[in-house]
Write a protein that binds this ligand. Sequence first.
Ligand code: SF4
Length: 329
Amino acid sequence: MKALALFSGGLDSSLAIKVVLGQGIEVIALNFRSPFCCCEHSKGCGSSIKKMADSLGVEFKSIYLGQDYLEMIRNPKHGYGKNLNPCIDCRIFKFRQAKEIMEEVGASFIISGEVLGQRPMSQHRAALKTIEKESGLEDLVLRPLSAKLLKPTIAEEKSWVRREDLLKISGRGRKPQISLAFSLGVKDYPCPAGGCLLTDSNFSNRLKDLFKFEQLNLNDAKLLRVGRHFRISPQFKLVVGRNEKENMQLLNLSQNGDLCFECQSLPGPTAIGRGIADEEAKIQSARIVARYTSLDEEVEVLMKSIPANGEKKISVQNINEKEFLKFRI
Ligand code: SF4
């Protein structure tokens, strides 16, 4: 008997896998990545999820969510949580993909580390039911950590797994999971994350700005993770690197048609402008870049087209606080 587990690399999904493995079921771990994963922030976290799967002794699969995931975020049927986190639609989206993979790999059911009542939007009874129903997985999602509090699934009814050996954890506390981890020998799990970047209000503001003025593609979504963002005009935005690493990331994410702004002969940030810039937008962008030199005199900013087919020097006075804040997203 084989099961496919939705696997974030965190404690709950690791425990769910461990509990089911303990019942002699073969498990394949499926991880979803997106431009909004918190894990991509921390060094090497992507590979640490794989390491976690290896330490559990299960096969690992990983999927990068693409443009259709972004479309779902723009128009979620079930709406948003506190910020731009469409948790119910996000779970439905992932479970639908998992269903396809379940069928491909010949698994009989899905495992999820969800805990009843742990997350306000997507882990109450009605939401769990909606998610299963709309992903075509009714009664096929086993949640080992809360199973005894939920209606038996097909895996329990058909005795593929023993319901009596499953758990009845609920709520936001972590103590039961930590003590279960100790007794099952699950180690080196990451601290629980509070959700993806879509639950962060600053990040959501940047995304709202994109939704308002532009189409959203994967590159735009990745750009949201880097630097300070400024809305210069409805057609043009500027992203300014906060350090050397971000300056490099911005250059790596730049695409044809973007503009690159850097201070000439002075230490300062790299900034990428995206969209259609009139003369005024170019000057305001250069003034914002000049502000990071902390000089009061006129500064020369070099504006380069991407790909490199032209450059122009713009001499500007740095922007004052009030104007700066007006452009800041
Ligand atoms: S927190 Fe983010 S990744 Fe998690 S369910 Fe909500 S939208 Fe999806």
